[in-house]
Ligand binder design. Structure first.
Ligand SMILES: Nc1ncnc2c1ncn2[C@@H]1O[C@H](COP(=O)(O)OP(=O)(O)O)[C@@H](O)[C@H]1O
Ligand SMILES: [Mg+2]
Length: 257
């Protein structure tokens, strides 16, 4: 077994807890993630996917339960330690890219480094190297507005990688991409996982995207309702078919609610 890097113990998240209408977003989830896994999180809209990945990545704090990062509970970490963990170990990718419009692609990619007191020459070198690997080196002086969705998402990936994080967290990163750009993004993530050993945790609505994962978590009403592992299935088609089955079943249930 590989090293466990993230473990959650009985985490729950309730929003608007003190009001007449509390929202239970996560309900008593326990699970762990090993180094080098590629996890996809699926589930209907509002099931708690974003809350779940935000809690395991320190972007949000659970109302109850514990998040344990590399063996240490966040309850025992100072805000500074948690902030350091987040900026050094985790790269985030979002559906809306979240690039800053008034910065060039180069400045956007460099942004996380400029806050980490890295030398200018070192920043330039690293940004150019990553941009080259992602095929956007020729666009570095452009602004996000001048680029396509696929180019913006590559820029967001470059920004997520610039600190050399060990974990990549992506919330519906293919949500705004066409099928060609989706395939390209998946190939990039698969390569980062297989060749560089990065742990990837990705939310998606798309069964095809989900079938790239080594493990699939299906969340419903704030709990992990089903889990599938790629290694339980003989073929990729079998894995894909079983993910689609769970997905259609849950979509139907949520339609009837
Ligand atoms: N900041 C918030 N305040 C109140 N309710 C929230 C907040 N964030 C999420 N929720 C609620 O928690 C539930 C789960 O949301 P979310 O994790 O965003 O789901 P998903 O990503 O699966 O669509 C939803 O009912 C949502 O409305
Ligand atoms: Mg979401």
């Amino acid at each position: 077994m590989n090293e466990i890097i993230i473990e959650v113990k009985k985490i729950s998240k309730v929003y608007d807890e003190m009001t007449d209408n509390p929202v239970i977003s996560l309900n008593n989830i326990s699970m762990s993630i090993e180094k080098g896994e590629f996890i996809c999180v699926m589930g209907t809209s509002g099931s708690g996917k974003t809350t779940f990945i935000n809690c395991i990545s320190t972007m949000d704090t659970p109302s109850k339960g514990q998040v344990i990062l590399y063996g240490k509970s966040t309850l025992e970490m100072s805000d500074e330690e948690i902030g350091n963990f987040r900026s050094k170990e985790i790269g985030f990718i979002f559906q809306e890219y979240n690039l800053l419009d008034y910065l060039t692609l180069e400045e956007n990619i460099a942004f996380p480094l400029s806050m980490n007191k890295v030398k200018n020459s070192e920043i330039k070198k690293r940004v150019h190297e990553i941009a080259k690997n992602l095929g956007i080196e020729g666009l570095l002086n452009k602004y996000p507005d001048e680029c396509s969705g696929g180019q913006k998402q590559r820029t967001a990936i470059a920004r997520a990688l610039v600190n050399e994080p060990s974990i990549i967290i992506a919330d519906e990163p293919t949500g705004n991409l066409d099928s060609k750009n989706t395939s390209e993004l998946l190939a990039i993530l698969k390569n980062l996982n297989e060749k560089e050993g990065k742990t990837i945790i990705m939310v998606t609505h798309d069964v095809m995207v989900g079938s790239f994962a080594s493990r699939l978590l299906y969340i419903q009403d704030g709990t992990i309702k089903e889990q599938l592992s790629r290694k339980e299935f003989k073929t990729q088609e079998d894995y894909f078919y079983n993910i689609s089955k769970i997905n259609s079943k849950e979509q139907l249930i949520s339609l009837k609610k």
